[in-house]
Design a protein around this ligand. Structure first.
Ligand code: NAP
Length: 580
Protein backbone atom coordinates (compact mmCIF):
# COMPACT_ATOMS: atom_id res chain seq x y z
CA UNK A 1 0.00 0.00 0.00
CA UNK A 2 1.62 3.26 -1.09
CA UNK A 3 1.51 6.55 0.80
CA UNK A 4 -1.67 8.58 0.44
CA UNK A 5 -1.59 10.83 -2.60
CA UNK A 6 -3.59 14.02 -2.15
CA UNK A 7 -3.53 14.65 -5.90
CA UNK A 8 -6.00 11.84 -6.34
CA UNK A 9 -8.62 13.69 -4.39
CA UNK A 10 -11.93 14.22 -6.05
CA UNK A 11 -14.11 17.13 -5.19
CA UNK A 12 -17.86 16.97 -4.71
CA UNK A 13 -19.57 16.99 -8.02
CA UNK A 14 -21.73 20.07 -7.45
CA UNK A 15 -18.59 22.03 -6.73
CA UNK A 16 -16.87 20.53 -9.73
CA UNK A 17 -19.58 21.88 -11.97
CA UNK A 18 -18.04 25.33 -12.08
CA UNK A 19 -19.76 26.49 -8.91
CA UNK A 20 -16.63 26.91 -6.90
CA UNK A 21 -16.67 30.30 -5.22
CA UNK A 22 -12.96 30.90 -5.57
CA UNK A 23 -9.92 29.94 -7.55
CA UNK A 24 -6.72 28.34 -6.36
CA UNK A 25 -5.37 29.32 -2.97
CA UNK A 26 -2.54 31.82 -3.16
CA UNK A 27 0.32 32.48 -0.75
CA UNK A 28 -1.29 35.78 0.19
CA UNK A 29 -4.44 33.95 1.29
CA UNK A 30 -2.36 31.98 3.75
CA UNK A 31 -1.07 35.26 5.13
CA UNK A 32 -4.58 36.36 5.91
CA UNK A 33 -5.15 33.19 7.88
CA UNK A 34 -1.81 33.68 9.59
CA UNK A 35 -2.61 37.26 10.50
CA UNK A 36 -6.10 36.64 11.80
CA UNK A 37 -5.31 33.64 13.96
CA UNK A 38 -4.02 34.23 17.48
CA UNK A 39 -0.75 32.51 18.20
CA UNK A 40 0.02 30.10 21.02
CA UNK A 41 -0.26 26.42 21.77
CA UNK A 42 -3.94 26.66 22.70
CA UNK A 43 -5.03 28.79 19.76
CA UNK A 44 -6.41 27.13 16.65
CA UNK A 45 -7.99 28.19 13.42
CA UNK A 46 -10.55 25.41 13.68
CA UNK A 47 -11.78 23.22 16.50
CA UNK A 48 -13.66 20.15 15.28
CA UNK A 49 -15.88 18.39 17.79
CA UNK A 50 -15.89 14.66 17.15
CA UNK A 51 -13.66 12.17 15.32
CA UNK A 52 -16.37 10.15 13.65
CA UNK A 53 -16.60 9.95 9.87
CA UNK A 54 -17.45 13.69 9.63
CA UNK A 55 -14.69 14.82 11.96
CA UNK A 56 -12.03 12.74 10.22
CA UNK A 57 -13.12 14.11 6.88
CA UNK A 58 -13.17 17.69 8.18
CA UNK A 59 -9.72 17.34 9.72
CA UNK A 60 -8.22 15.90 6.58
CA UNK A 61 -9.66 18.57 4.29
CA UNK A 62 -9.09 21.60 6.54
CA UNK A 63 -5.67 20.64 7.83
CA UNK A 64 -4.02 21.41 4.52
CA UNK A 65 -4.56 25.10 5.16
CA UNK A 66 -5.57 25.60 8.77
CA UNK A 67 -4.39 24.74 12.24
CA UNK A 68 -7.00 22.25 13.38
CA UNK A 69 -7.66 20.48 16.69
CA UNK A 70 -10.16 17.66 17.03
CA UNK A 71 -11.62 16.69 20.39
CA UNK A 72 -13.14 13.23 20.64
CA UNK A 73 -14.99 11.80 23.66
CA UNK A 74 -14.13 8.19 22.83
CA UNK A 75 -10.67 6.69 22.99
CA UNK A 76 -10.73 5.86 19.29
CA UNK A 77 -12.01 7.11 15.96
CA UNK A 78 -15.26 6.12 14.24
CA UNK A 79 -18.01 7.97 16.13
CA UNK A 80 -21.22 5.99 15.67
CA UNK A 81 -19.13 3.01 14.68
CA UNK A 82 -17.04 3.33 17.80
CA UNK A 83 -19.94 3.51 20.28
CA UNK A 84 -22.55 1.17 18.75
CA UNK A 85 -20.78 -2.14 19.25
CA UNK A 86 -23.85 -4.14 20.28
CA UNK A 87 -24.14 -7.72 18.98
CA UNK A 88 -25.32 -7.75 15.39
CA UNK A 89 -24.41 -4.10 14.73
CA UNK A 90 -23.76 -3.57 11.09
CA UNK A 91 -24.44 -0.94 8.49
CA UNK A 92 -27.59 -1.40 6.49
CA UNK A 93 -26.22 0.63 3.61
CA UNK A 94 -24.05 -1.50 1.35
CA UNK A 95 -20.34 -1.35 2.14
CA UNK A 96 -19.34 -0.05 -1.28
CA UNK A 97 -21.80 2.82 -0.83
CA UNK A 98 -20.81 3.54 2.76
CA UNK A 99 -17.18 4.60 2.66
CA UNK A 100 -15.18 7.65 1.73
CA UNK A 101 -15.10 8.60 -1.91
CA UNK A 102 -13.06 11.81 -1.71
CA UNK A 103 -10.02 9.75 -2.60
CA UNK A 104 -10.18 7.08 -5.25
CA UNK A 105 -7.05 5.61 -3.77
CA UNK A 106 -8.75 5.06 -0.41
CA UNK A 107 -11.80 3.67 -2.18
CA UNK A 108 -9.67 1.32 -4.22
CA UNK A 109 -7.37 0.08 -1.47
CA UNK A 110 -9.90 -1.04 1.13
CA UNK A 111 -11.58 -4.38 0.49
CA UNK A 112 -14.91 -4.89 2.22
CA UNK A 113 -15.53 -8.46 3.25
CA UNK A 114 -19.33 -8.46 3.15
CA UNK A 115 -22.23 -6.80 1.38
CA UNK A 116 -23.16 -5.07 4.68
CA UNK A 117 -20.14 -4.45 6.87
CA UNK A 118 -20.22 -5.27 10.57
CA UNK A 119 -19.44 -2.65 13.20
CA UNK A 120 -15.96 -4.14 13.87
CA UNK A 121 -15.09 -3.94 10.17
CA UNK A 122 -16.32 -0.34 9.85
CA UNK A 123 -14.39 0.60 12.98
CA UNK A 124 -11.28 -1.04 11.48
CA UNK A 125 -11.87 0.94 8.30
CA UNK A 126 -12.10 4.25 10.23
CA UNK A 127 -8.83 3.38 11.99
CA UNK A 128 -7.20 2.46 8.70
CA UNK A 129 -8.22 5.82 7.20
CA UNK A 130 -6.98 7.69 10.30
CA UNK A 131 -3.60 5.94 10.01
CA UNK A 132 -3.36 6.23 6.27
CA UNK A 133 -3.98 9.98 6.38
CA UNK A 134 -1.96 10.40 9.59
CA UNK A 135 -4.91 12.05 11.32
CA UNK A 136 -4.30 11.02 14.92
CA UNK A 137 -1.65 13.62 15.62
CA UNK A 138 -4.33 16.33 15.56
CA UNK A 139 -6.96 14.44 17.57
CA UNK A 140 -7.20 14.55 21.35
CA UNK A 141 -9.03 11.40 22.47
CA UNK A 142 -11.00 10.70 25.65
CA UNK A 143 -11.88 14.37 25.77
CA UNK A 144 -15.43 15.66 25.73
CA UNK A 145 -16.15 19.25 24.73
CA UNK A 146 -18.22 20.83 27.48
CA UNK A 147 -18.67 24.35 26.18
CA UNK A 148 -17.94 26.71 23.32
CA UNK A 149 -18.47 30.41 23.97
CA UNK A 150 -18.19 33.13 21.33
CA UNK A 151 -16.30 36.30 22.25
CA UNK A 152 -17.85 39.08 20.18
CA UNK A 153 -14.97 41.50 20.73
CA UNK A 154 -12.27 39.13 19.56
CA UNK A 155 -14.47 37.14 17.14
CA UNK A 156 -13.09 33.99 18.69
CA UNK A 157 -14.58 30.89 20.25
CA UNK A 158 -13.32 29.62 23.59
CA UNK A 159 -13.74 25.87 23.82
CA UNK A 160 -13.46 23.98 27.10
CA UNK A 161 -13.31 20.24 27.71
CA UNK A 162 -13.88 17.82 30.57
CA UNK A 163 -10.10 17.36 30.73
CA UNK A 164 -9.57 21.01 31.62
CA UNK A 165 -8.49 22.21 28.18
CA UNK A 166 -9.27 25.83 27.35
CA UNK A 167 -8.51 26.65 23.73
CA UNK A 168 -9.51 29.36 21.29
CA UNK A 169 -10.56 28.95 17.69
CA UNK A 170 -11.72 31.20 14.89
CA UNK A 171 -14.16 28.55 13.70
CA UNK A 172 -15.86 25.67 15.45
CA UNK A 173 -17.23 22.70 13.55
CA UNK A 174 -19.69 20.37 15.25
CA UNK A 175 -19.04 16.97 13.71
CA UNK A 176 -21.04 15.44 16.51
CA UNK A 177 -23.27 13.13 14.48
CA UNK A 178 -27.02 12.86 14.15
CA UNK A 179 -27.36 9.75 16.29
CA UNK A 180 -24.88 10.09 19.11
CA UNK A 181 -26.78 11.31 22.18
CA UNK A 182 -28.41 8.20 23.69
CA UNK A 183 -32.09 8.35 24.57
CA UNK A 184 -32.55 6.85 28.03
CA UNK A 185 -36.24 6.86 28.93
CA UNK A 186 -36.45 7.74 32.63
CA UNK A 187 -38.10 4.50 33.75
CA UNK A 188 -39.11 4.69 37.38
CA UNK A 189 -36.83 2.61 39.60
CA UNK A 190 -34.20 1.97 36.93
CA UNK A 191 -31.36 2.78 39.33
CA UNK A 192 -32.56 0.08 41.70
CA UNK A 193 -32.03 -2.69 39.10
CA UNK A 194 -29.51 -5.22 40.45
CA UNK A 195 -28.86 -7.01 37.14
CA UNK A 196 -26.86 -5.82 34.14
CA UNK A 197 -28.06 -2.86 32.05
CA UNK A 198 -26.75 -2.09 28.58
CA UNK A 199 -27.61 0.69 26.14
CA UNK A 200 -27.05 -0.38 22.52
CA UNK A 201 -25.37 2.94 21.72
CA UNK A 202 -22.94 2.75 24.66
CA UNK A 203 -22.07 -0.90 24.39
CA UNK A 204 -18.98 -2.10 26.30
CA UNK A 205 -15.92 -3.28 24.42
CA UNK A 206 -15.84 -6.63 26.24
CA UNK A 207 -18.21 -9.28 24.88
CA UNK A 208 -21.33 -9.80 27.00
CA UNK A 209 -22.26 -13.35 27.92
CA UNK A 210 -26.04 -13.82 27.80
CA UNK A 211 -25.90 -17.58 28.35
CA UNK A 212 -28.27 -18.84 31.04
CA UNK A 213 -29.77 -15.38 31.53
CA UNK A 214 -33.26 -13.93 31.26
CA UNK A 215 -32.87 -10.93 29.00
CA UNK A 216 -35.25 -8.07 28.20
CA UNK A 217 -34.79 -5.86 25.15
CA UNK A 218 -36.77 -2.63 25.06
CA UNK A 219 -36.98 -1.16 21.57
CA UNK A 220 -37.49 -2.52 18.08
CA UNK A 221 -35.86 0.11 15.87
CA UNK A 222 -32.83 -0.63 13.66
CA UNK A 223 -30.58 -1.34 16.67
CA UNK A 224 -33.02 -3.63 18.46
CA UNK A 225 -33.85 -5.46 15.25
CA UNK A 226 -30.16 -6.17 14.66
CA UNK A 227 -29.37 -7.15 18.26
CA UNK A 228 -32.42 -9.32 19.01
CA UNK A 229 -31.56 -12.31 16.75
CA UNK A 230 -28.00 -12.42 18.15
CA UNK A 231 -29.02 -12.16 21.79
CA UNK A 232 -31.71 -14.79 21.24
CA UNK A 233 -29.06 -17.30 20.20
CA UNK A 234 -27.46 -17.13 23.65
CA UNK A 235 -30.10 -16.12 26.17
CA UNK A 236 -31.95 -18.56 28.37
CA UNK A 237 -35.02 -16.51 27.57
CA UNK A 238 -35.41 -13.25 25.68
CA UNK A 239 -38.45 -11.02 26.07
CA UNK A 240 -38.79 -8.26 23.50
CA UNK A 241 -40.79 -5.22 24.60
CA UNK A 242 -42.20 -3.55 21.51
CA UNK A 243 -43.94 -0.18 21.47
CA UNK A 244 -44.15 0.23 17.71
CA UNK A 245 -43.89 -2.60 15.20
CA UNK A 246 -41.45 -1.77 12.43
CA UNK A 247 -41.12 -2.56 8.75
CA UNK A 248 -37.97 -4.52 8.07
CA UNK A 249 -36.40 -5.87 4.91
CA UNK A 250 -34.10 -8.89 4.78
CA UNK A 251 -30.48 -7.86 4.23
CA UNK A 252 -29.51 -11.00 2.29
CA UNK A 253 -25.98 -10.71 3.53
CA UNK A 254 -23.33 -12.07 1.25
CA UNK A 255 -19.98 -11.51 -0.29
CA UNK A 256 -19.78 -8.95 -3.05
CA UNK A 257 -18.66 -10.77 -6.18
CA UNK A 258 -15.12 -9.91 -7.36
CA UNK A 259 -16.58 -8.73 -10.69
CA UNK A 260 -18.97 -6.35 -8.92
CA UNK A 261 -16.18 -4.96 -6.75
CA UNK A 262 -13.91 -4.56 -9.76
CA UNK A 263 -16.64 -2.65 -11.61
CA UNK A 264 -17.28 -0.35 -8.67
CA UNK A 265 -13.58 0.39 -8.34
CA UNK A 266 -12.99 0.95 -12.02
CA UNK A 267 -12.05 4.60 -12.47
CA UNK A 268 -14.70 5.58 -15.01
CA UNK A 269 -17.41 3.74 -13.18
CA UNK A 270 -16.30 5.21 -9.86
CA UNK A 271 -16.46 8.77 -11.14
CA UNK A 272 -19.78 8.18 -12.82
CA UNK A 273 -21.25 6.47 -9.75
CA UNK A 274 -20.00 9.18 -7.50
CA UNK A 275 -21.58 11.83 -9.68
CA UNK A 276 -24.87 9.98 -9.83
CA UNK A 277 -24.79 8.98 -6.20
CA UNK A 278 -24.60 12.62 -5.26
CA UNK A 279 -27.75 13.01 -7.27
CA UNK A 280 -29.47 9.87 -6.00
CA UNK A 281 -27.90 8.71 -2.77
CA UNK A 282 -28.48 5.31 -1.18
CA UNK A 283 -27.66 2.78 -3.80
CA UNK A 284 -27.50 2.82 -7.53
CA UNK A 285 -30.34 4.68 -9.13
CA UNK A 286 -32.71 2.57 -11.12
CA UNK A 287 -35.56 3.38 -13.48
CA UNK A 288 -38.40 5.08 -11.58
CA UNK A 289 -41.40 2.82 -11.10
CA UNK A 290 -44.87 3.13 -9.57
CA UNK A 291 -46.44 -0.14 -8.47
CA UNK A 292 -49.89 1.39 -8.31
CA UNK A 293 -49.80 1.76 -12.09
CA UNK A 294 -49.01 -1.92 -12.64
CA UNK A 295 -51.48 -4.82 -12.67
CA UNK A 296 -51.50 -6.28 -9.11
CA UNK A 297 -49.82 -9.55 -10.12
CA UNK A 298 -46.99 -7.64 -11.83
CA UNK A 299 -46.56 -5.39 -8.79
CA UNK A 300 -46.45 -8.46 -6.59
CA UNK A 301 -43.83 -10.22 -8.69
CA UNK A 302 -41.69 -7.05 -8.81
CA UNK A 303 -41.77 -6.90 -5.02
CA UNK A 304 -41.04 -10.62 -4.71
CA UNK A 305 -38.04 -10.24 -6.99
CA UNK A 306 -36.69 -7.35 -4.94
CA UNK A 307 -37.46 -9.03 -1.61
CA UNK A 308 -35.37 -11.98 -2.77
CA UNK A 309 -32.47 -9.63 -3.53
CA UNK A 310 -32.85 -7.92 -0.13
CA UNK A 311 -31.66 -4.55 1.10
CA UNK A 312 -33.12 -1.08 1.21
CA UNK A 313 -31.75 0.16 -2.07
CA UNK A 314 -33.16 -2.80 -3.98
CA UNK A 315 -36.54 -2.38 -2.42
CA UNK A 316 -36.70 1.39 -2.43
CA UNK A 317 -34.63 3.15 -5.08
CA UNK A 318 -37.01 2.94 -8.02
CA UNK A 319 -40.22 3.56 -6.07
CA UNK A 320 -40.28 7.31 -6.01
CA UNK A 321 -43.90 7.52 -4.83
CA UNK A 322 -43.51 5.49 -1.63
CA UNK A 323 -42.95 8.64 0.42
CA UNK A 324 -45.67 10.74 -1.14
CA UNK A 325 -48.58 8.51 -2.19
CA UNK A 326 -50.62 6.58 0.35
CA UNK A 327 -51.93 4.38 -2.45
CA UNK A 328 -48.42 3.38 -3.56
CA UNK A 329 -47.22 3.09 0.02
CA UNK A 330 -49.99 0.68 0.99
CA UNK A 331 -48.91 -1.79 -1.72
CA UNK A 332 -45.45 -1.94 -0.16
CA UNK A 333 -46.73 -2.01 3.43
CA UNK A 334 -49.22 -4.80 2.66
CA UNK A 335 -46.48 -6.80 0.97
CA UNK A 336 -44.14 -6.54 3.98
CA UNK A 337 -46.98 -7.44 6.36
CA UNK A 338 -47.72 -10.51 4.21
CA UNK A 339 -44.06 -11.54 4.51
CA UNK A 340 -44.17 -11.16 8.30
CA UNK A 341 -47.30 -13.36 8.46
CA UNK A 342 -45.61 -15.91 6.19
CA UNK A 343 -42.51 -16.02 8.40
CA UNK A 344 -43.82 -15.93 11.95
CA UNK A 345 -45.60 -19.14 12.91
CA UNK A 346 -47.68 -17.94 15.83
CA UNK A 347 -50.46 -15.81 14.27
CA UNK A 348 -50.90 -13.63 17.36
CA UNK A 349 -47.19 -12.79 17.45
CA UNK A 350 -47.20 -12.22 13.69
CA UNK A 351 -50.06 -9.72 14.04
CA UNK A 352 -48.24 -7.87 16.81
CA UNK A 353 -45.15 -7.64 14.59
CA UNK A 354 -47.10 -6.17 11.66
CA UNK A 355 -46.76 -2.38 11.60
CA UNK A 356 -50.26 -0.91 11.47
CA UNK A 357 -49.94 2.68 12.65
CA UNK A 358 -47.66 4.35 10.15
CA UNK A 359 -46.90 4.20 6.43
CA UNK A 360 -43.86 2.29 5.20
CA UNK A 361 -40.71 4.50 5.47
CA UNK A 362 -42.47 7.15 7.61
CA UNK A 363 -40.18 5.80 10.33
CA UNK A 364 -36.71 4.72 9.29
CA UNK A 365 -37.21 1.24 7.81
CA UNK A 366 -34.93 -1.49 9.13
CA UNK A 367 -32.80 -4.10 7.45
CA UNK A 368 -32.43 -7.39 9.27
CA UNK A 369 -30.90 -10.82 9.29
CA UNK A 370 -33.41 -13.31 10.68
CA UNK A 371 -35.37 -10.82 12.81
CA UNK A 372 -38.89 -12.11 12.22
CA UNK A 373 -37.66 -15.74 12.23
CA UNK A 374 -36.33 -15.15 15.76
CA UNK A 375 -39.90 -15.08 17.07
CA UNK A 376 -40.30 -18.74 16.09
CA UNK A 377 -37.76 -19.71 18.74
CA UNK A 378 -39.03 -21.29 21.93
CA UNK A 379 -36.83 -19.01 24.08
CA UNK A 380 -38.19 -15.74 22.64
CA UNK A 381 -41.41 -13.93 23.46
CA UNK A 382 -42.87 -10.64 22.32
CA UNK A 383 -44.73 -8.23 24.59
CA UNK A 384 -46.50 -5.18 23.27
CA UNK A 385 -46.09 -2.10 25.45
CA UNK A 386 -48.03 0.16 23.10
CA UNK A 387 -51.08 0.37 25.36
CA UNK A 388 -49.48 -1.06 28.45
CA UNK A 389 -46.17 0.76 28.92
CA UNK A 390 -43.25 -0.11 31.13
CA UNK A 391 -44.24 1.41 34.47
CA UNK A 392 -41.30 0.49 36.63
CA UNK A 393 -38.00 -1.31 36.83
CA UNK A 394 -37.60 -3.17 40.13
CA UNK A 395 -34.35 -4.71 41.44
CA UNK A 396 -35.04 -7.90 39.46
CA UNK A 397 -37.87 -7.25 37.04
CA UNK A 398 -39.73 -5.07 34.58
CA UNK A 399 -43.26 -4.19 35.61
CA UNK A 400 -45.86 -2.98 33.13
CA UNK A 401 -48.68 -0.56 33.80
CA UNK A 402 -51.22 -3.38 34.24
CA UNK A 403 -49.04 -4.91 36.98
CA UNK A 404 -47.68 -7.75 34.85
CA UNK A 405 -44.11 -8.49 35.94
CA UNK A 406 -41.17 -10.03 34.06
CA UNK A 407 -38.23 -11.36 36.09
CA UNK A 408 -34.98 -10.52 34.29
CA UNK A 409 -31.22 -10.69 34.74
CA UNK A 410 -30.22 -8.36 31.92
CA UNK A 411 -31.92 -5.25 30.54
CA UNK A 412 -30.94 -4.06 27.08
CA UNK A 413 -32.10 -0.58 26.16
CA UNK A 414 -32.38 -0.29 22.39
CA UNK A 415 -34.27 2.96 22.88
CA UNK A 416 -32.55 5.11 20.30
CA UNK A 417 -31.24 8.64 20.38
CA UNK A 418 -32.01 12.24 21.13
CA UNK A 419 -31.42 12.52 17.41
CA UNK A 420 -30.18 15.42 15.28
CA UNK A 421 -30.02 17.99 18.12
CA UNK A 422 -29.13 16.08 21.31
CA UNK A 423 -25.37 16.02 20.79
CA UNK A 424 -25.40 19.77 20.13
CA UNK A 425 -27.75 21.00 22.85
CA UNK A 426 -26.11 18.82 25.51
CA UNK A 427 -23.00 21.01 25.18
CA UNK A 428 -23.06 24.59 26.44
CA UNK A 429 -22.71 26.45 23.15
CA UNK A 430 -23.12 30.21 23.44
CA UNK A 431 -23.21 32.62 20.53
CA UNK A 432 -23.90 36.35 20.38
CA UNK A 433 -25.16 38.00 23.59
CA UNK A 434 -24.39 34.82 25.51
CA UNK A 435 -27.46 33.08 24.07
CA UNK A 436 -27.21 29.31 24.35
CA UNK A 437 -27.93 27.01 21.44
CA UNK A 438 -30.29 25.09 23.69
CA UNK A 439 -32.37 28.23 24.22
CA UNK A 440 -32.11 29.32 20.59
CA UNK A 441 -33.51 25.92 19.60
CA UNK A 442 -36.05 25.61 22.40
CA UNK A 443 -38.83 25.42 19.78
CA UNK A 444 -36.83 23.12 17.50
CA UNK A 445 -33.62 23.46 15.52
CA UNK A 446 -33.35 26.37 13.07
CA UNK A 447 -30.59 26.54 10.50
CA UNK A 448 -29.79 27.96 7.12
CA UNK A 449 -28.91 25.15 4.68
CA UNK A 450 -28.32 23.00 7.75
CA UNK A 451 -24.88 24.57 7.96
CA UNK A 452 -25.22 27.44 10.41
CA UNK A 453 -27.69 28.87 12.87
CA UNK A 454 -28.37 32.59 13.32
CA UNK A 455 -26.56 34.23 16.22
CA UNK A 456 -23.71 31.72 16.24
CA UNK A 457 -20.97 33.19 14.05
CA UNK A 458 -18.29 30.91 12.65
CA UNK A 459 -20.07 27.85 14.07
CA UNK A 460 -20.73 25.16 11.47
CA UNK A 461 -22.65 21.92 11.72
CA UNK A 462 -21.88 18.84 9.67
CA UNK A 463 -24.86 16.87 8.28
CA UNK A 464 -27.05 18.48 10.90
CA UNK A 465 -30.71 19.47 11.15
CA UNK A 466 -31.85 21.28 8.03
CA UNK A 467 -29.62 19.26 5.70
CA UNK A 468 -30.55 15.98 3.94
CA UNK A 469 -28.22 14.13 6.37
CA UNK A 470 -29.83 10.87 7.50
CA UNK A 471 -32.15 10.79 4.49
CA UNK A 472 -29.30 10.75 2.04
CA UNK A 473 -26.02 8.90 1.81
CA UNK A 474 -24.39 10.15 5.02
CA UNK A 475 -20.81 9.75 3.83
CA UNK A 476 -21.40 11.73 0.66
CA UNK A 477 -23.21 14.35 2.74
CA UNK A 478 -20.22 14.69 5.01
CA UNK A 479 -17.81 14.91 2.12
CA UNK A 480 -19.92 17.63 0.56
CA UNK A 481 -20.01 19.62 3.80
CA UNK A 482 -16.27 19.21 4.34
CA UNK A 483 -15.53 20.61 0.92
CA UNK A 484 -18.21 23.30 1.12
CA UNK A 485 -17.01 24.59 4.48
CA UNK A 486 -13.38 24.45 3.36
CA UNK A 487 -14.23 26.50 0.27
CA UNK A 488 -16.21 28.92 2.41
CA UNK A 489 -13.35 29.46 4.87
CA UNK A 490 -10.99 30.01 1.98
CA UNK A 491 -13.39 32.61 0.56
CA UNK A 492 -13.46 34.40 3.92
CA UNK A 493 -9.69 34.30 4.25
CA UNK A 494 -9.13 35.66 0.77
CA UNK A 495 -11.24 38.67 1.66
CA UNK A 496 -10.11 39.13 5.24
CA UNK A 497 -13.64 38.44 6.49
CA UNK A 498 -13.65 37.43 10.13
CA UNK A 499 -17.20 36.22 10.70
CA UNK A 500 -19.93 34.37 8.86
CA UNK A 501 -23.34 33.51 10.29
CA UNK A 502 -26.76 32.59 8.99
CA UNK A 503 -29.05 35.58 8.62
CA UNK A 504 -32.30 35.24 10.60
CA UNK A 505 -34.33 35.98 7.44
CA UNK A 506 -32.55 33.28 5.43
CA UNK A 507 -33.03 30.89 8.31
CA UNK A 508 -36.78 31.65 8.41
CA UNK A 509 -37.02 31.17 4.66
CA UNK A 510 -35.19 27.87 4.96
CA UNK A 511 -37.55 26.73 7.73
CA UNK A 512 -40.53 27.57 5.50
CA UNK A 513 -38.93 25.70 2.60
CA UNK A 514 -38.24 22.71 4.87
CA UNK A 515 -41.86 22.67 5.95
CA UNK A 516 -43.04 22.89 2.38
CA UNK A 517 -40.82 19.93 1.42
CA UNK A 518 -41.97 17.82 4.39
CA UNK A 519 -45.58 18.74 3.57
CA UNK A 520 -45.20 17.16 0.15
CA UNK A 521 -44.52 13.78 1.81
CA UNK A 522 -46.57 11.42 3.94
CA UNK A 523 -43.98 11.53 6.72
CA UNK A 524 -45.21 14.44 8.77
CA UNK A 525 -48.01 12.63 10.61
CA UNK A 526 -45.83 9.86 12.04
CA UNK A 527 -44.18 10.13 15.45
CA UNK A 528 -40.63 9.44 14.27
CA UNK A 529 -37.25 10.47 15.62
CA UNK A 530 -36.91 12.54 12.45
CA UNK A 531 -39.61 14.72 14.02
CA UNK A 532 -38.19 14.60 17.55
CA UNK A 533 -41.21 12.58 18.66
CA UNK A 534 -39.28 9.80 20.40
CA UNK A 535 -37.97 11.96 23.25
CA UNK A 536 -40.39 13.15 25.86
CA UNK A 537 -40.84 16.93 25.82
CA UNK A 538 -38.75 17.49 22.68
CA UNK A 539 -40.19 20.09 20.29
CA UNK A 540 -41.58 18.50 17.18
CA UNK A 541 -41.03 19.30 13.54
CA UNK A 542 -39.37 17.55 10.65
CA UNK A 543 -35.64 18.09 11.23
CA UNK A 544 -34.28 16.55 8.03
CA UNK A 545 -34.33 18.38 4.70
CA UNK A 546 -36.71 16.50 2.42
CA UNK A 547 -36.20 18.48 -0.76
CA UNK A 548 -33.73 15.88 -2.00
CA UNK A 549 -30.00 15.91 -2.53
CA UNK A 550 -29.94 17.56 -5.98
CA UNK A 551 -32.00 20.54 -4.83
CA UNK A 552 -30.04 20.83 -1.61
CA UNK A 553 -26.64 20.92 -3.32
CA UNK A 554 -28.00 23.29 -5.93
CA UNK A 555 -29.12 25.71 -3.23
CA UNK A 556 -25.81 25.46 -1.36
CA UNK A 557 -23.89 26.06 -4.57
CA UNK A 558 -26.13 29.00 -5.52
CA UNK A 559 -25.54 30.64 -2.16
CA UNK A 560 -21.78 30.22 -2.53
CA UNK A 561 -21.80 31.51 -6.10
CA UNK A 562 -23.60 34.65 -4.92
CA UNK A 563 -20.94 35.33 -2.28
CA UNK A 564 -22.76 33.28 0.39
CA UNK A 565 -26.19 34.77 -0.04
CA UNK A 566 -28.26 34.22 3.07
CA UNK A 567 -25.26 34.57 5.35
CA UNK A 568 -24.02 37.66 7.17
CA UNK A 569 -20.32 38.34 6.61
CA UNK A 570 -18.60 40.58 9.14
CA UNK A 571 -21.98 41.86 10.26
CA UNK A 572 -23.05 42.77 6.70
CA UNK A 573 -25.84 40.93 4.97
CA UNK A 574 -24.79 39.63 1.56
CA UNK A 575 -26.64 41.75 -1.00
CA UNK A 576 -28.08 38.75 -2.88
CA UNK A 577 -31.37 37.13 -1.81
CA UNK A 578 -31.13 33.93 0.22
CA UNK A 579 -31.58 30.85 -1.93
CA UNK A 580 -34.48 29.17 -0.10
P1 NAP B 1 -34.99 3.99 17.22
O1 NAP B 1 -35.19 3.70 15.81
O2 NAP B 1 -35.40 5.32 17.74
O3 NAP B 1 -35.70 2.86 18.04
C1 NAP B 1 -35.87 2.96 19.42
C2 NAP B 1 -36.87 1.93 19.85
O4 NAP B 1 -37.07 2.07 21.25
C3 NAP B 1 -38.23 2.13 19.18
O5 NAP B 1 -38.80 0.88 18.96
C4 NAP B 1 -38.99 2.90 20.26
O6 NAP B 1 -40.37 2.79 20.15
C5 NAP B 1 -38.46 2.22 21.49
N1 NAP B 1 -38.65 3.01 22.70
C6 NAP B 1 -38.12 4.23 22.98
N2 NAP B 1 -38.54 4.64 24.18
C7 NAP B 1 -39.34 3.67 24.67
C8 NAP B 1 -40.08 3.53 25.85
N3 NAP B 1 -40.10 4.46 26.80
N4 NAP B 1 -40.81 2.39 26.02
C9 NAP B 1 -40.82 1.44 25.07
N5 NAP B 1 -40.14 1.52 23.91
C10 NAP B 1 -39.41 2.63 23.72
O7 NAP B 1 -33.45 3.82 17.64
P2 NAP B 1 -32.37 2.82 17.02
O8 NAP B 1 -32.91 1.49 16.84
O9 NAP B 1 -31.15 2.97 17.85
O10 NAP B 1 -32.10 3.42 15.60
C11 NAP B 1 -31.95 4.80 15.41
C12 NAP B 1 -31.43 5.06 14.04
O11 NAP B 1 -30.05 4.73 14.00
C13 NAP B 1 -32.05 4.23 12.95
O12 NAP B 1 -33.30 4.70 12.55
C14 NAP B 1 -31.00 4.30 11.87
O13 NAP B 1 -31.07 5.51 11.18
C15 NAP B 1 -29.74 4.29 12.71
N6 NAP B 1 -29.21 2.94 12.79
C16 NAP B 1 -28.66 2.46 11.66
C17 NAP B 1 -28.16 1.21 11.65
C18 NAP B 1 -27.55 0.72 10.41
O14 NAP B 1 -27.44 -0.44 10.21
N7 NAP B 1 -27.09 1.57 9.51
C19 NAP B 1 -28.24 0.39 12.76
C20 NAP B 1 -28.80 0.91 13.92
C21 NAP B 1 -29.29 2.20 13.92
P3 NAP B 1 -41.20 3.85 19.26
O15 NAP B 1 -40.90 3.50 17.84
O16 NAP B 1 -42.59 3.64 19.65
O17 NAP B 1 -40.68 5.22 19.61
Amino acid sequence: MGPYDAREEIRPIAILRGLEPTGEIRESDMNLVERSTPKGPNAYDVVVIGAGFSGLNALHVLRERFKVRVFEAGDGVGGTWYWNRYPGARCDVESLDYCYTFSRELYRDWDWSERYATQPEIERYANWVADRLDLRRDIQFSTRVMSAVFDEDANLWTVTTDRGDVVTARWVIAATGCLSAPNKPPFKGIDSFKGEIYQTSLWPKEPIDFRGKRVAVIGTGSSGIQAIPQIAEQALHLTVFQRTANYSIPARQGLPSPEYVATRKDEDHFNDWRARAVVAPQGLPTEPMALKDLPPEEAQSELERRWALGGLSEILSPFYLVGSSHEENKIHADFIRSKIRETVKDPKTAELLCPDDHPYTAKRPCVDTGYFETFNRANVSLVSVRNNPVAEVTPDSLRLQNGEEFKIDVLVMATGFDAMTGALTRMDIRGRNGVSLKDAWSHGPRTYLGLQTAGFPNFFIFVGPGSPSVLSNMILGMEYHAQYINDCLRYLCERGIETIEASPEAQDAWAAHMEECAGATIYNDTASWWRGANVEGKPQGFMVYLGGWPLYTQKCAESAAKGYAGFILDGQRVAAEPVA
